[in-house]
Design a protein around this ligand. Sequence first.
Ligand code: UD1
Length: 343
Amino acid sequence: MESVLLTGGMGYIGSHTAVELLREGYDVILVDDLSNSSADVLDRIESITGVRPKFYQADAADHEAMTPVFRDNNIGAVIHFAGYKAVGESVQKPLLYYRNNIDSALTVLELMEKYNVQRFIFSSSATVYGEHNTPPLTEDLPTGGITNPYGWTKYMIEEILKDAAKANQELSVVLLRYFNPIGADESGLIGEKPNGIPNNLMPYIAQVAAGIRDHLNVFGNDYPTVDGTGVRDYIHVTDLARGHVAALRYSRTHTGAEAINLGTGNGVSVLQLIHAFEEANGIRIPYEIAPRRAGDVAEMYACPDKAEKLLNWHAEKTIEDCCRDSWRFQKGIADELRVMRSR
Ligand code: UD1
């Protein structure tokens, strides 16, 4: 039987994609160096699906460590999630980001060539649209004009993949450009677990709700948007994961390189998200208006039509689902900590 290899498969989006693939009956192999995830995610994937996928603890950039993964399995497709993703850190440590993210993509592509694997799905980001495009963002817009090295690594890997697909007529490359993933699996067992102070909005809101932080800073209320706060396209991570299942199906009959947005098409402001969270969970989120954050744009949301047309996929969950599921996962973390402390 053919397997699907997920690099970075123990992380936030990788683990949710693993769950959706297993629910659909795919054979899944996970690779992760656990640098930003923990080994117990495997147990949790097993609890949710009843299947324990094969797991290799390895750095996807490490040719030697990755060789047995390709040599000893019949891999039909790769979904490449592995990569560093902290925007601020990438500004401080650009070489680390370029080395790690580009190296891991190259290593996986070289091994795919060696072992004749012809389907590659890439975890890209709406960040490739940069600062200069006006939403709704369509895939044919020029990419570039990005404000940080993390985003440039996504851009550069997209370019590498387009060249690889030009040179190899059998290769199928799908560049999935994610908007803002939030939420968690309904089980509450897997979700986003940032290290330290969260940079992203939803994990921060969840930590304020849990009493870990006393208030949220809203970065700017003078943007030309519905209420002055930044507008983003928040997509439930389970919808996003199902987008990968759809892309995998599509790649069976596709060759070349295709960029596809995974977003809902709806813009939601910071204040709207705060209020949705308060409504969905019955918890008040204290916030203060703070200065704009460097590098932020006023509005970002997808045109989701291409995903509907090519993948027959669209997001189904609501912003309330996102808020409820993010909070369920966050509460689970708090309960675990309490149990650990009381031992
Ligand atoms: C950011 C990255 C993007 C990355 C994505 C997921 C930038 C410019 N973009 O997207 O490349 O793919 O995270 O990791 O960094 N906000 C607050 N208070 C907070 C946190 C956020 O008001 O404490 C606001 C932001 O100003 C923004 C919105 O919430 O308007 C969403 O921010 P965030 O969750 O960090 O995502 P992006 O900046 O859209």
